[in-house]
Ligand binder design. Structure first.
Ligand code: BYC
Ligand code: FE
Ligand code: FE
Length: 473
């Protein structure tokens, strides 16, 4: 098992002190990261102590340490899951060969691009969420926001380690660029669409951690299969942290649903807005928006990029061992392709459909979460259900982009779309309403904003009124 060092400038289990050049390069990047955090990290919360978990090892029990820390002093470390002895490439044209401990020359550019794309999302999400502290629904939620933020910062460190460690000068330049792009900035935006969308209310934050962090889970599962072993080991450990981010999203929305039900019952007309809550149609519109923007993150349904990532052993399918045929040279995936205003089912060769196969697993996983929310409605005798729209609806990437579909996936005209859009997606008025519920930060220990139910339990077995963030500090 790799030794974990936590008393160096950069906590790590990659023997950093045995590679002085790499150590020096990363120690030079460290103050730039810190400056980026001070400029783009959680606004107004640099001096307060936050009750956070910090990764200190990669064992399944006790990998995290909980204590108060000021976020700029968080110990962002480089941790790789333990190596699997005699690991072999599990799919594609090099199937069965020993995994690579270094970057094969012929895959260098492609791998760098994958790592940069992954790495770019991490600081992007911190930038997107930076203003949320001013409107938090409770100290518990505020702490969870910051937990997610510092861990996305650690995920950036994980990708920067790979860039510095394996890609020489190009890698160092890419690492600098990861701190230079800015979410939503028209001149130097983040790479992927969803990471340039604003998140300035907590409903968006919970939808993002439910749906967009879950894309992270699936992309990381696919990269964990990589024949480039350092990438596999890095992403495997990132997945450990990712579970909490999705927990924050799923339970966050679950708590909103719960409060919405209470307010529906309280009001004689079932008018949730009149009671200061988030009505179900608004929840549905936010869900539809973040789900579809996250579907885009899987790339095109028909993708030669995806085929070549798979062929060359760089990116597999989630849980590749569950599949029978790891070559994927035979077989086709039926995909409905828009043609002349209609849908034609085409048989797409398996490798070219890899993005769609990964998306399939994601859609099922999302559905399980939505089912749990719907159970809450069902238990209270409410007939409305939250639904995932068709994967053709509201897409900006892939074969459905540039065409209009209703939430059931039926092709519609531009005029029909224009007439119904405000029923299907959040309108400026919806956004203004949601923000109006979140005008101030709720920071009294144990207090929870009116529009959301309290959590079922506290963090790390602590009570709900624990001071998760010392806001006076
Ligand atoms: N926005 O063949 P195509 C996370 C581009 S989330 C903008 O269809 P490909 C996290 C694409 O780059 C996980 N552009 O797609 C979550 C290509 O550009 P070029 C992040 C897009 O390459 C929450 C063109 O369209 N990890 O960790 O098969 C908080 C055609 O490409 C988008 C990864 O993404 C888009 N949505 O697949 C914090 C894993 N989609 O070549 C963190 C690494 C596609 O024409 N990335 N394009 O210039 C990949 O595996 C692939 O790059 C993608 C795209 C799956 C994203
Ligand atoms: Fe992440
Ligand atoms: Fe995450």
């Amino acid at each position: 098992m790799s030794t974990v060092v936590t008393d160096e400038k950069i906590p790590n289990n990659v023997n950093l002190s045995h590679d002085p050049r790499l150590q020096r390069a990363l120690e030079q990047w460290q103050p730039n990261f810190r400056n980026w955090w001070l400029e783009m990290g959680p606004e107004g919360y640099h001096a307060q102590e936050v009750y956070l978990r910090t990764a200190i090892s990669v064992t399944t029990d006790g990998w995290a340490h909980y204590d108060y820390v000021k976020m700029p002093d968080y110990r962002w470390g480089i941790f790789l899951a333990d190596a699997v002895p005699d690991r072999r490439i599990g799919f594609g044209d090099s199937m069965g060969q020993p995994v690579w401990q270094d970057v094969p020359g012929e895959h260098r550019n492609t791998l760098r691009r994958l790592i940069v794309t992954q790495g770019d999302t991490e600081p992007a999400s911190v930038e997107q969420q930076r203003v949320l502290g001013a409107s938090c629904p409770s100290l518990y939620d505020l702490r969870n926001l910051f937990q997610v933020n510092v861990e996305e910062g650690r995920h950036l460190w994980a990708m920067v380690y790979l860039l510095h460690g394996f890609f020489g000068r190009d890698g160092r330049e890419e690492a600098d660029d990861l701190l230079a792009r800015r979410s939503g900035n028209p001149d130097r935006p983040r790479i992927l669409g969803a990471f340039n969308e604003p998140i300035d209310d907590w409903l968006s934050f919970f939808m993002f951690t439910m749906f967009t962090d879950r894309d992270g889970k699936y992309q990381l599962l696919a990269l964990a299969e990589s024949g480039f072993d350092p990438l596999s080991r890095t992403t495997r450990f990132m997945l450990t942290e990712e579970a909490h981010h999705m927990f924050v999203g799923e339970t966050g929305i679950g708590r909103v649903v719960q409060r919405t039900i209470e307010l529906m019952k309280k009001n004689p007309n079932g008018d949730v807005r009149a009671e200061g809550g988030v009505d179900l149609p608004t929840l549905q519109r936010y869900l539809s928006f973040w789900y579809t923007r996250s579907l885009d993150l899987f790339g095109g349904e028909i993708s030669t990029n995806a085929a070549s990532f798979f062929a060359s052993g760089l990116k597999g399918r989630a849980k590749e061992e569950k599949f029978q045929d790891h070559l994927a040279l035979e077989g086709f995936v039926p995909i409905a392709v828009p043609e002349n205003g209609k849908l034609e089912t085409k048989q797409v060769p398996m490798r070219t459909a890899m993005n769609e196969i990964l998306r399939d697993g994601y859609v099922e996983d999302c559905q399980r979460g939505v089912d749990r929310w719907n159970k809450l409605l069902e238990a209270e005798g409410i007939s409305t259900r939250l639904t995932l729209p068709s994967r053709r609806f509201n897409r900006e990437q892939g074969i459905y982009a540039g065409h209009r579909f209703d939430p059931e996936g039926t092709p519609i005209t531009e005029a029909a779309w224009a007439a119904k859009q405000a029923d299907w997606l959040p309108s400026p008025a919806d956004r203004a309403y949601v923000k109006s519920l979140q005008q101030r930060a709720v920071t009294k220990p144990g207090e929870v904003a009116h529009w959301i139910a309290p959590p079922a339990k506290g963090i790390n077995a602590l009570p709900l009124d624990f001071v998760y963030v010392r806001t006076d500090g």
